[in-house]
Every structure is written in C-alpha cells, then in structure tokens.
Design a binder for this molecule. Structure first.
Ligand SMILES: [Zn+2]
Length: 316
C-alpha cells in the first residue's frame, strides 16, 4: 500500500512537472527551447523541417538547424536576428540547412552588426562541410547567392563565419565557450553523412539535440549525460528496416539513450508520416527503458527548462 501511494505521488509529480515544462516561456525569462520545425523532409508531415531556438531571458541566442519552413516559424516566434549569437547545424541535408540563405537575406532588414559564427560538421565525398557549404551559397562569383557575398567578406553589416567541426573521432569536442554558455558536440552516425549532436550548457541548464542519427556510434549518452532536456529525432518507427534504420534510431534506441544519460526530460521531434499517429506504440517502446517526462513536439512549441527544479521543489 505504502509503495502504491508513493507510486501515485511520483506519477503526479512527473505529470505536473511535465505540464509546467510545456507552458510558453520563450521571449520572456529563463532558459527555454523553442521548436521551430518538428517535421522531416517530406511535405506530407505538414510541419516545418528541423529547427530550434534556445532562448534566455527573452532573447533567442542560439539556433540549431534551419530546415525549410523554420524561418517562417522564426518570424512567428518573435525572435530578433540581432539577438542571434551562433548557428549550429547537425548536418547538411536539405531538411536541416536550406533556410540559411533566408536568414542571411532577412538580416539585411535588421540592425544586426555583430559577426555570426556558424558551426557544422566537416564534409566528405557525399556532401560539403559547413565552410564549403557556406562558400557554395554566398562566395563571389561562384556562389548561388553571391549577391550576398558581403556577408562573407566582412564588407556587409556583419560577417558570417563558418567553421567545420571534425566528425572523425568519437570524443566530445569543445566548440564554443562564451561567458554565458558553453557548446560541445559529438559525432553521431547518420548513415554515410557527417553528422553532429549538440549540447548547450546555459544558465545552469544543459540542453542536447541529437540531430539525425541511428545510434551506432554510441556517442550520444556521454554528450547527453545529466541533460535537463534531450531533443531526440523520431523519424522512424520501431520496426524500421533498411535505409531508414541505417539513418535513424527507433524508439527503443531513443529510450536506451535517454535512460543511460539520465536525461530529465525527453522531447521527440523530426516527426514524419512514418511515425505520426503511432505515438502510443513509440511511447510504449521508450517507456520500457526511460521513465522520465516525455513529449512529442509540434512547431512553435516552447519548453521551459529553467523552471523545472522550482516546480518540483514547490510540490515536495
Ligand atoms: Zn532530417
């Protein structure tokens, strides 16, 4: 009986804290994650492709991925291009990177003057690295949008500074440290594509983005250890096989990683027709391994990372 009461109280705590996480907080105060795009590359999912913002005290400081449609969601979010301090790309598939030109062109109409660093994986024979990708878009005279080349040369209002993050090893890499946040990355397995998972430590919280990956490198648990929020890409169902499974992790792998890393909250994004409408089945697989708060993301949704402990404290 005693255990039953404890179980019920525990369940209430989890449920209540989960509800608090989902309250809007982006654009106000604290550390918050906003989902700009919760979909994949297909049109049928009726969602923007991959994109996220990390807000702190009302400013959207860090952007992770910028797939098609994410800039529309960026506009809807009220984020200001002047506040953006760094762009992180998980990899350079279209559904994670195609809105970069829209951001740069959009910045022309703002007061932005500070340089904008961009980090993404190094390239291979299949795809350019982050630096070459930016050159391909904006370099004069070869870039497709070379009319924006001033943003590479420094002759514009600010400079877009691209950097490659190596994907050859499996160790966690220090990528960027500022007085307010620390950014680390680790290579993950996304078929033959160079790909990175990102961790942002900010305001005493840790937020991790898996990007697209299938789990084979077994690097994400280390990066995500103790994270307050893990955004995991849920592109395939449990029974996925072939190419889909070579590229993406099924729910069981997501659950294993979340449990091993002891993450405090799990958000599932990069939802596609393959997984939409099958949330219950995915949740069952994850729940066999991970018992913490879990939510399926939608475009525009905002997760308050900073209030979690306060909520738990007030309930205890
Ligand atoms: Zn993708």
């Amino acid at each position: 009986m005693k255990f039953k009461i404890l179980y019920i109280v525990g369940s209430l705590l989890l449920t209540t804290s989960f509800l608090t996480y989902a309250e809007p907080c982006c654009g106000t105060s604290g550390v918050c994650v906003q989902v700009l795009g919760s979909g994949g590359p297909e049109v049928a999912d009726k969602r923007a492709s991959s994109g996220y913002l990390v807000w702190q005290n009302g400013r959207a400081r860090i952007m992770i991925d910028m797939g098609p449609g994410s800039m529309l969601r960026y506009e809807e979010s009220g984020a200001r291009i002047e506040d953006l301090e760094v762009v992180l790309l998980s990899h350079l598939h279209v559904d994670h990177s195609a809105d970069l030109p829209a951001l740069i062109k959009g910045s022309f109409f703002t007061d932005r003057t500070s340089d904008l660093p961009l980090y993404g994986p190094s390239g291979n024979t299949l795809i350019p690295g982050a630096t070459a990708f930016v050159q391909t878009l904006f370099a004069n005279p070869t870039g497709a949008y070379h009319y924006l080349s001033d943003y590479l040369t420094g002759e514009g209002a600010y400079r877009l500074q691209a950097h490659d993050v190596p994907v050859s090893g499996t160790a966690v890499q220090e990528v960027l440290a500022s007085k307010d946040f620390n950014i680390t990355a680790v290579a993950v397995h996304h078929g033959p594509l160079p790909a990175l998972a990102w961790r942002i430590d900010i305001g005493g919280r840790a937020i991790v983005f898996s990007g697209d990956m299938n789990g084979d490198k077994d690097t994400l648990p280390t990066l995500a250890a103790g994270a307050d929020l893990l955004v995991a890409h849920h592109a395939v169902p449990q029974e996925a096989k072939g190419v889909a499974r070579k590229l993406h992790m099924p729910p069981s792998v997501i659950g294993e990683i979340a449990a091993e890393a002891k993450v405090k909250q799990l958000v599932l994004s990069h939802r596609m027709s393959r997984t939409l409408g099958r949330e219950k089945a995915s949740e069952i697989e994850i729940r066999k391994r991970y018992a913490g708060p879990l939510e399926f993301a939608d475009d525009g949704q905002c997760f308050n990372v900073s209030e979690k402990d306060q909520t738990l404290k007030s309930l205890l």
